[in-house]
Design a protein around this ligand. Structure first.
Ligand SMILES: C[S@@+](CC[C@H](N)C(=O)[O-])C[C@H]1O[C@@H](n2cnc3c(N)ncnc32)[C@H](O)[C@@H]1O
Length: 322
């Protein structure tokens, strides 16, 4: 649809360009118009609108495919899953709606990291980039205060644990190129092994690491986890946090959780939509402030501050050893 500067095209023309049978294209385009995805410019003639133009980009298109493509199998079988599990709140990562719907024994991350899933992993990567297109967390908090005005270039400034393909830590480095200290991206080997050769390895170290194993980098200033714990039920979150705690230096190290905090009333559609996605993919959840305090307290951590991030649903939760 975007060819020739998005000029209006007949359904027949679109059929010719894509190989669809013209009658099918005509029926389809009428429906896409009623659903708000395209503009109708005449009888059986259409042009892209803002939505179709955005969906044609790698980032918005990949995000949409990641949420709906194979996940439609999970949505379709969810009522059956609920019936079989007695309509209980799913909290078992080994018996998630995803596993049931996809008919797989693999957890979401194992499934999407398999050989042959490169395109789906790329859609996931696009989804992660999409959700950080707006204002970044470090643009709406007092960064020097959080990092306690660092001065030692040989110390580890921040580790982005489960940082996907590095988009957050790369952007942080661009925003604070002169802040002293090392930056590290930690991720599963399937992701680290596919980092582009131009990954800024001189400035940011990339390390293959499973966050259920002991954190190898001790005394870092900040252990940053962006939308990690929301992928896991409480029991798994306790294991992830417990793998970091022995590496932390009391009075120095912090964990920064960049996570949704669901308010007690008037939650946003974004927060509850992501909550439903976490339920389906991982038997996991978004959390309220009291959920966070309870979870963190159960492993000997405490919240020192929650930064509102100018109303963004994703907050910065500053966490220290008790
Ligand atoms: C929801 S994504 C968040 C990615 C990134 N932090 C962001 O917010 O854009 C969760 C990430 O955790 C990574 N992950 C899952 N299991 C992991 C494990 N056991 N060890 C390390 N990373 C893991 C996934 O590969 C994925 O990139």
């Amino acid at each position: 649809m975007l060819a020739d500067n998005g000029s209006p095209k007949s359904a027949d023309k679109l059929a010719e360009m894509t190989g669809l049978e013209p009658k099918l294209m005509s029926r389809w385009m009428k429906h896409l118009y009623t659903a708000g995805f395209v503009s109708e410019t005449g009888p059986d003639e259409y042009a892209p609108n803002g939505i179709s133009t955005a969906l044609a980009t790698r980032i918005a298109g990949g995000m949409t495919k990641n949420c709906y493509d194979f996940m439609n199998h999970v949505h379709a079988r969810f009522p059956e899953y609920m019936k079989n599990t007695g309509y209980k709140n799913p909290t078992d990562k080994d018996a998630s709606p995803f596993k049931y719907g996809m008919g797989t024994d693999l957890h979401y991350w194992e499934w999407i990291s398999q050989p042959g899933m490169e395109e789906k992993l790329d859609d996931f990567k696009a989804h992660m980039e999409f959700k950080t297109l707006g204002k970044k967390w470090f643009q709406s908090v007092d960064v020097p205060q959080i990092f306690d005005h660092p001065t030692d270039p040989s110390a580890t400034l921040m580790i982005d644990i489960g940082g996907s393909f590095g988009h957050d830590i790369i952007d942080f480095h661009k925003a604070f190129p002169d802040m002293p200290g090392k930056l590290v991206l930690q991720e599963l080997p399937a992701t680290i092994n596919t980092l582009p050769s131009d990954f800024p390895s001189q400035d940011i170290e990339a390390q293959a690491y499973d966050f259920f194993t002991p954190q190898p980098i001790k005394n870092a200033k900040v252990y940053y986890l962006h939308m990690i714990l929301h992928d896991w039920p409480d029991e798994s979150c306790r294991k992830i946090l417990s793998s970091i705690i022995p590496a932390m230096k009391k009075g120095h190290s912090k964990i920064l959780l960049n996570e949704i905090v669901i308010p007690d009333t008037n939650a946003s559609w974004f927060s509850t939509s992501v909550d439903m996605l976490m339920l389906l993919c991982h038997s996991a959840q978004e959390r309220t402030e009291s959920d966070w305090r309870k979870l963190l307290g159960s492993v000997g951590l405490q919240i020192s501050k929650i930064w509102d991030c100018e109303g963004n649903p994703e907050k910065i939760i500053e966490v220290e050893l008790v």
